[in-house]
Design a protein around this ligand. Structure first.
Ligand SMILES: [Zn+2]
Length: 230
């Protein structure tokens, strides 16, 4: 035999020690923080507009890891409501651990809080104080109670004044849900299950509009937390 058994055992021991000393992720990789001054400075006048009725204390900054389609690991950040913070952290952790691809997770403030630009970049995000498109109702994103995942490939499709509207406008080819393509969210897949098991509703199952990127808490929960929000 070319390699004595003792050498093989020693090499295996060293390798296993290296693995145990180099954990795949640390507590810093997946964590929930209050919105500190530095974070608020990034949000002010963008996702957190001056007329935002949600107290800053109700929001949290999440740090997550995520993998892209090639399996490369990236650091991501998102702001959401404290009510869903642990759930969202657990969901992103579970998706990361199985290598479910998520291309980008950046604060929407990096896009000047412009949802269309963020979606065209396939960014996944949560809090952004705004109204539901083509209405005067506060979106659940405005409460930090809705999460959008892989937004370019999972667009929002709605009829407005008899005209079909797709957001982002560059996502037309991904509105045909009979096709298969990367980053597509489908009923019953892991992303869908992780959210719906925790009580989120999926916009891909709505009847009048389709919002394939969108997971939100129920109206009942939102109204209990913010009775006057609409
Ligand atoms: Zn959404």
């Amino acid at each position: 035999m070319k390699y004595p058994i003792a050498i093989i055992i020693t090499v295996c021991l060293i390798l296993s020690l290296m693995v145990s000393f180099c954990p795949a992720e640390t507590e810093e990789d997946f964590k929930i923080s209050e919105i500190d001054e530095a974070t608020f400075a990034r949000m002010k006048g963008k996702s957190y507009k001056d007329d935002c009725p949600i107290p800053l204390g109700d929001l949290r900054l999440l740090h997550v890891l995520h993998k892209d389609l090639e399996g490369n690991t990236h650091k991501g950040e998102l702001v959401c409501n404290v009510y869903i913070a642990s759930d969202v952290l657990e969901i992103f952790k579970a998706l990361y651990e199985v290598g479910y691809p998520i291309e980008r997770v950046r604060l929407v403030d990096e896009y000047n809080a412009d949802d269309e630009t963020s979606m065209r970049d396939n960014n996944s995000s949560c809090f952004n104080f705004r109204f539901i498109s083509h209405t005067t109702r506060i979106s659940k994103h405005g409460l930090g109670l809705a999460v959008d995942i892989n937004t370019l490939y999972n667009p929002f499709v709605k009829e407005v004044n008899g005209k079909r509207n797709v957001e982002p406008a560059t996502a037309e080819e991904y509105t045909d849900r009979t096709k298969s393509f990367p980053y597509k969210i489908e009923s019953g897949d892991l992303c869908y299950r992780l959210f719906t098991e925790r009580g989120f509703e999926w916009g891909g199952e709505w009847k009048t509009v389709k919002d394939y990127q969108h997971f939100e808490v129920s109206d009942k929960v939102a109204e209990e937390l913010y009775p006057n929000y609409r």
